[in-house]
Design a protein around this ligand. Structure first.
Ligand SMILES: NC(=O)C1=CN([C@@H]2O[C@H](COP(=O)(O)OP(=O)(O)OC[C@H]3O[C@@H](n4cnc5c(N)ncnc54)[C@H](O)[C@@H]3O)[C@@H](O)[C@H]2O)[C@@H](O)CC1
Ligand SMILES: [K+]
Length: 450
């Protein structure tokens, strides 16, 4: 963000101009929400506070009654300029009088714990029954890590200025933000590799499509059959033309449209396989370990999930083609992988990026804040449904990602598409769904991206 702002300023746009765009853009949203009701703006000492004065000024000029509370005078030249433009009285302290409150105490400059009058204001905001709007980020949040440095009210709306910050996609910060909207300020963000994932769009199969061209996905089952069956049911609806379950077990409950191959070795050798999936229900014994080695030997685009992530280690990975592999760990599996590959870091984001760097794999770290890292890219995602917190939804995700991978062979793209399809399926299946309900909802979810 700082680099983008510097580039804009080098190209001749002043910081004041950027602040006006940010403040005026935010004020438009606030006016829409406030709908004529009086507004309180809390202004901090930096440029986030500067945005606050522009917001207050813009709203006043629209005819809004505005209260401004600023415990400290502005400390930056641009914020001082903004303060000077706001002609109305500023209170150093006071009660939050109005039904809409806009928090401009700190933005990405927050560098330490919030204390004193700033802390008191955020505490007051927490217990106030007003409509709460955070400008750029909630003021108790560190914008790079999403960690909490002060009281954290539950906001109704967070207006990101210019670009998404990492905190917008990270827990616990993201859960406090309410709806999130981006206010563009004309920055050139081309070439930035760490971004919020853009909603994908899919196409219907090509006119000359047939099942193999659309991709043959081989799902290698293990000791516990249910998980791979769930993955297969989701995969059949997520794009691949042909989904095969490779299993030595009898499958009386497998649907008629799912091909079950009992000779696993022969089916794994099939040159027509476009992608492989291994891990759900695989168990963690020597049989599973041999199977994982065998899967990696094929050097096909592959999704590894669940038990496979407990078996994966540097020796296993030797000789595999990491550029074709993606792993889909939840928190516990991520910890296990970090242990196996000697990765230590404080935050989930750093663990994911380091694991990607050490292994060369595409890492899709699931959870309430999904993080995807592959190549030089990091992607964050809009929050998904919390109804996803039920057993088996990870197997469904693995099936969807593998199905996308069978279609085009690009692990990063497959993961990104997979997260969107999974979240959309959850939205359509909510509330209170089982993993098989979710797998079935992949079909209508698909329609949302066509
Ligand atoms: N630089 C730019 O071009 C633009 C910046 N904008 C705004 O500017 C914000 C960043 O501004 P700043 O970098 O000035 O930083 P902030 O406004 O986020 O606040 C940092 C200020 O607070 C002080 N501070 C940090 N932690 C503190 C704490 N715990 N207790 C008390 N004081 C503390 C710092 O010393 C500094 O003075 C963005 O989030 C955005 O809202 C926008 O106006 C758009 C343009
Ligand atoms: K803020």
């Amino acid at each position: 963000m700082r680099a983008a702002e510097r580039a804009a300023m080098d190209a001749g746009t002043s910081e004041w101009e950027l602040m006006q765009r940010a403040g005026e853009g935010a004020a438009q949203w606030i006016a829409r929400v406030a709908a004529g009701r009086p507004v309180t703006v809390l202004c901090g000492p930096g440029n986030n506070g500067g945005d606050g004065y522009v917001i207050a000024d813009t709203l006043s000029k629209k005819g809004y009654q505005v209260q401004v509370i600023a415990p400290r005078e502005p400390g930056t030249a641009t914020a001082q300029l903004a303060r000077a433009h706001f002609a109305v009285e500023v209170e150093a302290e006071g009660q939050l009088r109005n039904p809409v409150v806009v928090d401009c105490l700190f933005g990405y400059g927050l560098a330490r714990q919030v204390e004193g009058k700033f802390k008191d204001l955020l505490k007051k905001l927490s217990i106030n029954h007003c409509y709460k709007i955070a400008i750029d980020v909630p003021s108790g949040i560190e914008s790079d890590t999403g960690s909490v440095l002060g009281p954290l009210p539950q906001y109704d709306l967070t207006l990101a200025l210019g670009a998404w910050k990492q905190a917008h996609g990270l827990m616990p910060a993201t859960a406090s933000m309410g709806a999130r909207r981006l206010v563009p300020i004309g920055l050139d963000l081309e070439g930035f590799t760490s971004t919020m994932s853009a909603r994908p769009s899919f196409a219907a199969p090509a006119p000359d499509a047939h099942k193999y061209r659309r991709g043959l996905l081989a799902i290698v089952a293990g000791a516990m059959p249910g998980a791979s069956l769930l993955a297969a049911e989701a995969a059949m609806l997520a794009g691949a033309g042909y989904v095969k379950l490779l299993s030595e077990h009898p499958w009386p409950n497998a649907p008629a449209d799912l091909v079950v191959a009992k000779d696993v070795n022969e089916a794994l050798d099939d040159a027509r396989n476009s992608a492989l999936l291994f891990g759900p229900g695989a168990a963690r014994d020597d049989v599973a370990r041999c199977r994982l080695a065998q899967v990696l030997e094929k050097r096909k685009p592959t999704v590894l999930d669940a038990d496979a992530l407990h078996l994966l280690d540097p020796d296993m990975l030797e000789g595999a083609d990491a550029t074709k592999l993606c792993i889909t760990p939840h928190e516990g599996e991520l910890a296990k992988l970090c242990d196996a590959f000697g990765v230590t870091a404080d935050s989930k984001l750093d663990r994911v990026r380091l694991l990607r760097d050490v292994t060369g794999l595409t890492v899709l770290a699931k959870g309430p804040d999904t993080i995807l890292a592959g190549g030089a890219t990091t992607r964050f995602f809009p929050r998904g449904s919390s109804w996803l917190s039920v057993a088996g939804t990870g197997d469904v995700l693995a099936g969807i990602v593998a199905s996308r991978l069978a279609g085009h062979g690009d692990p990063l793209r497959a993961c990104e598409e997979g997260v969107w399809l999974h979240q959309e399926a959850a939205r359509l299946a909510s509330p209170a769904f089982s993993a098989s309900d979710l797998a079935r909802a992949v079909k209508p979810a698909m329609a949302s991206f066509l």
